[in-house]
Design a protein around this ligand. Structure first.
Ligand SMILES: NC(=O)c1ccc[n+]([C@@H]2O[C@H](COP(=O)([O-])OP(=O)(O)OC[C@H]3O[C@@H](n4cnc5c(N)ncnc54)[C@H](O)[C@@H]3O)[C@@H](O)[C@H]2O)c1
Length: 274
């Protein structure tokens, strides 16, 4: 094969112009990056979020004929079905789903929400599980189920290093009030790993690939002591920039990852290597 022909074919592996993608949590810090990455590679994209008006959304000033923004609450099956319906009438059958929406300590976190395990509120546990796990389950059921009926696709489930490893609570010890990364976040993100494996096996014959993308912490103007404590645990010595997961999204969404399913791609600056 000629060198130019091979070069063109390699680049074509990452071309998304035949893709119709859904990104949940698209108005958040990383979801916006993923939407812009998919658009740049030629995909049509439905941006789902329960809070589209987030003033920090990267999609606020983006107008593209290949982008549709839809208010969808992933904890509500009907809302997901309506979002899918709107996407179908605008673009057609989806073949990429990025399950990115999640909550950590809720926005209105009380002291108890980040307090000791022994007094962690049952209602906060439920809220976290509803969004991070039930929401992902419902998106897989509705959108992944549709993909399984219509030719297949790629599902990318977003997890965290705290879904593989326990948070090291010592990095928060400097805070004035006792602060603990909640167990509910870790447990919900651990559940993502096996939902991925389960569905990879379940939908293999229908050509739906399902993988987890596990992320390390992203720089977001955290205070200096936190940065020092966290980055001392990272071989690369820093938090991720918010654009450093885009290459993995392109890989997992595209045919470049055609032989990959049921896997967990870990990108954490080396956090989990020692
Ligand atoms: N930022 C990090 O350091 C980091 C590290 C590891 C993993 N992650 C994971 O990456 C993903 C994105 O994180 P982020 O930092 O961009 O978070 P973010 O809070 O900036 O964005 C999350 C988005 O999800 C949306 N959302 C919340 N509940 C929803 C619901 N019920 N229905 C629809 N949308 C809903 C929010 O409105 C928000 O726009 C999450 O799964 C998170 O666990 C983030």
């Amino acid at each position: 094969m000629g060198k130019n022909k091979r070069n063109n074919e390699i680049l074509r592996l990452f071309d998304l112009s035949n893709k119709i993608a859904i990104v949940t949590g698209a108005a958040g810090q990383l979801g916006g990056e993923y939407v812009l990455t998919l658009l740049s590679a030629g995909s049509r994209v439905a941006a789902f979020d329960v809070w589209l008006d987030n003033p920090k959304s990267k999609l606020k000033n983006i107008t593209s004929e290949r982008l549709i923004s839809l208010k969808v609450d992933i904890t509500d099956k009907r809302s997901i079905q309506q979002g899918l319906g709107a996407l179908l009438s605008r673009f057609g059958n989806p073949n990429v789903l990025i399950n990115n929406a999640a909550i950590d300590a809720p926005p209105n976190a009380t002291e108890q929400d980040t307090g000791p395990f022994e007094s962690y509120p049952e209602s906060s546990w439920q809220t976290m599980m509803d969004v991070n796990l039930k929401g992902m389950f419902l998106c897989c059921q509705v959108i992944g189920g549709y993909m399984a009926k219509t030719g297949g696709g790629s599902i990318i489930n977003i997890s965290s290093i705290y879904g593989m490893l326990s948070p090291d609570q010592r990095i928060y010890e400097y805070k004035k009030k006792p602060f603990f990364k909640p167990a509910a976040y870790s447990v919900s993100k651990a559940g993502v790993l096996n939902l991925t494996r389960y569905l990879a096996g379940y939908w293999a014959k229908q050509n739906v690939r399902v993988n987890t993308l596990t992320l390390g912490g992203v720089f977001n103007n955290q205070d200096e002591t936190f940065l020092k404590n966290y980055t001392s645990k990272v071989p690369l010595g820093r938090m991720a920039r918010e654009d450093e997961y885009n290459g993995a999204i392109l890989f997992l969404a595209s045919d470049a990852s055609s032989y990959m399913t049921g896997s967990n791609l870990i990108i954490d600056g080396g956090y989990s290597c020692w």
